[in-house]
Design a binder for this molecule. Structure first.
Ligand code: AMP
Length: 211
């Protein structure tokens, strides 16, 4: 089963992916993580993407689509698309890529969340540089400050998790990504992601997917 996770920045897509990969052996494709790895390794792609990401803007479709196409070579089944597609053009490109692999998107999980909670979630977020697990300064603290519980990686604050950049990212979400809810109207499952822990969110998703 191939699943897209759709939702605003901070709605819980990354943590939900973590759970689905751990508990149900999905493979996560996070375009944000791929871009950040490229930036860290100073690749040509990373250099191009950085100028958009650090401003809170979406990376152009041509760059994003070709990165995903490369990633998908050799990976076929039980994929979770986290943060991709984010535009109509990307959604159409993904359909074509999957068709070539004789695969398709089965479900689109839309994490519906009250926007007033997003700013607090994102400005307090820290991520592990190694495994990308997400923590929060107040609500999801690591056992040892600044260190990932799972692999002792260093926790970092993303440069785009600053208030001014978050506002731009939310605008991009509304203008370019939210219209995908209509695009996927036949596959979408709306989940209320308000006021629930990552564990509770996972249980809600598990139920609707019939695991
Ligand atoms: P994320 O980790 O999903 O929050 O993504 C972080 C940033 O990476 C986004 O704000 C965009 O700048 C960029 N990005 C990630 N995925 C995409 C995508 N599918 N299309 C364009 N830009 C993306």
């Amino acid at each position: 089963m191939n699943i897209i996770l759709l939702g605003a920045p901070g709605s819980g897509k990354g943590t939900l992916s973590e759970f689905l990969c751990e508990k149900k052996a999905f493979t996560q494709l996070s375009t944000g993580d791929l871009f950040r790895d490229n930036i860290l390794n100073k690749t040509e792609l990373g250099l191009k993407a950085k100028e958009f990401i650090n401003k809170g803007k979406l990376v152009p479709d041509s760059i994003t689509n070709s990165m995903v196409e490369k990633y998908l070579k050799g990976k076929k089944k039980d994929l979770i698309f986290d943060g991709f597609p984010r535009t109509d053009d990307q959604a159409l490109a993904l359909d074509k890529m999957l068709e070539k692999l004789d695969e398709k998107i089965d479900k689109v999980i839309y994490l519906d969340i009250d926007e007033s909670t997003l700013m607090g979630r994102l400005t307090g977020r820290m991520i592990c540089q190694i495994c990308k697990r997400s923590y929060h300064r107040i609500t999801r603290k690591p056992l040892k400050e600044g260190i990932c519980d799972f692999d002792s990686g260093t926790l970092i604050v993303r440069p785009d998790d600053k208030e001014d950049k978050i506002k731009i990212r939310l605008e991009a979400y509304h203008n370019q990504t939210a219209p995908l809810i209509k695009f996927y109207k036949d596959k979408i499952i709306k989940i209320n992601a308000d006021n629930c822990s990552p564990e509770e969110l996972y249980i809600r998703v598990e139920k609707v997917l019939g695991f």
